[in-house]
Ligand binder design. Structure first.
Ligand code: GCW
Length: 671
């Protein structure tokens, strides 16, 4: 096992400096297994740089002991910690410091690896005061990223669908990259924030990519080999039509015996090649992808067939709930895209097996900067649910805009589907999945500050109760180590509120979209208004918003349990930030904030653009305090963010001024 030396890419949150505290110590690594070897190699590399020592046996003295509880005679200090700690879960670890020795104990090698990265996050304080034994365990077993990478460059979507960070780290122009060192480095970054699974290819599975399941399986195996030393299992997006397009069968009917046999045999071959393969991801009957509806079968039938093929090998299927009519008639006011996932899936609760996981986007539409939480999450108590987030910034500035998303995810995770006192989304979700924002870019994520979103997703997937502001500081401290002031505080100020800033200058009050069709960047208020996509705002001279009430609208509010069903139904109670998602209101409607809807639109759009100007001014002050290339990249992107925010401001304000004829109460210039 060698630590990947990446010279042509930014170190992200693992610069050498992050290992200084460990690299200057005398360390004992006790335990066997591939991931224990990784831990040893990491410590050895840090010691080679900073002058410390690492041993696999002996009496010490040691400053740091990283040990498996099964590793035979533990040094007395570690044995004492073990007695205090009690049982430790498979990926968990216990951290303590006593008698001048820092001890990390785990019952399995994966726990040791996460314990090591915990020390990296702590830095020097891990070796200072005594600490009682603290136990750290992930909240969920699987913490997963989905890549929407293609093998062959797609004529419209490119190498990575909704990718804003260059090409794919796996494939280039139709072939697997020769040098996969960066994939290994990626695995290392992911392990350091707690992620342990990746689906490597796009859920829209095109002809070339379909073959990863069969004759291109060696490519999947090669990627898996790079990620394995960091405890990451590989999953594959497969096409539901695989028995036809790869197997030559006349049907893909999930209840057909030949089809079922084909999947069983094909899956067995996958496991012969990749014994720790994670499983399949499926987008079926969605945006043109094939699925069980063609055979009059349900999504439970489809998922069940794949779950059965995977079960003997310990694999899982992630079945996406993103199923809706993308060819709707905009004149038809009865069809509501927001209703679709619930209408399709809620009746199937209890029909997905133990190794089938229903993967639900956090909102009912499509990764907008503001949506209510999907009602599917409350509706399927008998189903394993993965809540899907989007780290790639499709609708949140495409990695040209600073938009730190963890505060939005915090709101989603804290939402109580049965009311503020009850269980939260974080309690209900079996696991968290997010669409990755990584490509072959120098900074991994295009915008260097977009790395924070990837890091924060991993940390929240590990512990969904973490505070986004604390995660942000953790990320800043690691990435810009030693991050002196004013660097630390300035970055925090720029990023912490950036999602709300983004919300202010884009679509108002939860109505969503208003983006340019197709690529989804920049404003176009009516861009989707007369299209088949089901994403409308219904603005006219009198008002704006979508009536989703039971009384007079699409009835979507009825998909929520109480109290939300009534809260969202009620014009008086509906929270301001979601008002236009649920109600069509006159421009003069007065919000809880005291402002009218039209004045709110003007005020937030002026404020949002001003906040971006402030952000840019803050960044200018950091010149000379961060790497000049990174500074220049962010500066250039902030110029673009400001240009774009002003364009949003002016288009949205002008649009609503022209529709409503209501002037700005503060008489600012609206073009
Ligand atoms: O947000 C939409 C994107 C599509 C994507 C789809 C999905 C992969 O615009 O590009 O397809 O969601 O989640 O399947």
């Amino acid at each position: 096992m060698t630590i990947p030396e990446l010279t042509d890419v930014h170190a992200a949150w693992l610069p050498p400096e992050a290992f200084r505290a460990i690299g200057t110590r005398r360390t004992l690594v006790l335990g066997e297994g591939a991931l224990a070897e990784t831990v040893h190699a990491e410590v050895a590399a840090a010691c080679a740089r900073y002058g410390g020592t690492v041993r696999r046996t002996g009496d010490g003295p040691f400053d740091l002991v990283l040990a498996l509880t099964t590793a035979g005679p533990l040094p007395p200090v570690a044995a004492a910690v073990m007695a205090e700690a009690g049982p430790i879960g498979e990926e968990g670890h216990v951290l303590a410091r006593r008698d001048g020795v820092t001890v990390v104990l785990a019952s399995a090698p994966a726990g040791l690896l996460y314990g090591l990265f915990h020390l990296v996050r702590l830095g020097e304080p891990a070796f200072e005061a005594a600490r009682p034994a603290e136990r750290h365990e992930p909240a969920t077993r699987r913490r997963m990223l989905d890549h929407w990478d293609n093998i062959a460059v797609h004529p419209v979507m490119g190498q990575v669908e909704r990718g804003y960070a260059g090409g794919s780290i796996f494939w280039r122009d139709g072939v697997l990259r020769d040098d996969l060192t960066r994939v290994r480095g990626y695995g290392r970054l992911l392990a350091a924030c707690g992620i342990n699974a990746i689906a490597i290819n796009n859920v829209n599975v095109h002809a070339t990519e379909a073959r990863l399941l069969t004759d291109r399986l060696d490519e999947v195996a090669a990627i898996a080999a790079e990620l394995r030393p960091y405890g990451i299992r590989v999953h594959l997006s497969v096409t539901f039509a695989a028995p036809i397009v790869l197997g030559g069968l006349p049907t893909a009917d999930p209840l057909d015996e030949d089809v079922r046999r084909w999947w069983a045999a094909t899956t067995a071959r996958v496991y012969e090649t990749i014994p720790d393969f994670g499983g399949y991801v499926v987008k079926a009957d969605s945006e043109g992808q094939p699925g069980p509806f063609a055979y009059g079968r349900s999504h439970a039938d489809g998922a069940g067939m794949l779950a059965d093929a995977l079960a003997p090998h310990g694999g899982v299927v992630h079945w996406r709930a993103f199923v809706y009519d993308h060819r709707q008639d905009w004149r038809d006011r009865s069809t509501d895209r927001a209703r679709a996932a619930y209408d399709h899936f809620a009746p199937l609760d209890g029909r997905f097996g133990d190794n089938a996981i229903l993967q639900v986007k956090y909102g009912p539409m499509d990764f907008q900067p503001r949506e209510p939480v999907s009602p599917v999450i409350a509706a399927m108590p008998g189903t394993r649910l993965a809540v899907e987030l989007q780290v790639t910034q499709e609708y949140t500035g495409q990695q040209k805009h600073v938009c730190y998303l963890a505060p939005m995810w915090r709101e989603v995770l804290d939402f109580g589907p049965w009311g503020p006192e009850g269980a939260t989304v974080a309690d209900v979700a079996t696991e968290f999945v997010a669409v990755s924002n990584v490509g072959d870019d120098l900074y991994w994520t295009g915008h260097p500050l977009a790395q924070a979103n990837l890091y924060a997703f991993g940390r929240l997937a590990w512990d969904p109760r973490l505070d986004p502001a604390a995660i942000l500081d953790e990320w800043i401290d690691l990435t810009f180590a030693p991050s002196p002031e004013p660097l630390r505080g300035t970055l925090h100020t720029m990023m912490d509120g950036s999602w709300r800033t983004y919300e202010r200058y884009t679509a108002p009050l939860g109505v969503g979209f208003m983006v340019r069709p197709g690529h989804h960047y920049g404003p176009d208020v009516d861009g989707y208004e007369y299209t088949p996509w089901g994403t409308y705002h219904f603005a006219d001279r009198d008002g704006v918003g979508v009536d989703r009430t039971r009384a007079t609208g699409t009835g979507y509010t009825g998909q929520y349990p109480q109290p939300w069903s009534d809260v969202y139904e009620s014009l008086e109670q509906c929270p301001d930030e979601l008002l236009l998602f649920f109600h069509h209101v006159p421009y003069g409607h007065v919000l809880h904030s005291g402002s009218t809807v039209i004045q709110h639109i003007y005020d937030t759009h002026f404020a949002g653009a001003e906040e971006v100007a402030d952000m840019r001014a803050h960044w200018d002050k950091l010149e000379g305090l961060v790497d000049p290339t990174l500074h220049a990249r962010v500066k250039e992107l902030l110029d673009e963010q400001l240009r774009c925010a002003e364009e949003w401001r002016d288009q949205v304000n002008a649009y609503f001024f022209r529709k409503s004829g209501v002037p700005d109460g503060r008489a600012r210039r609206i073009p």
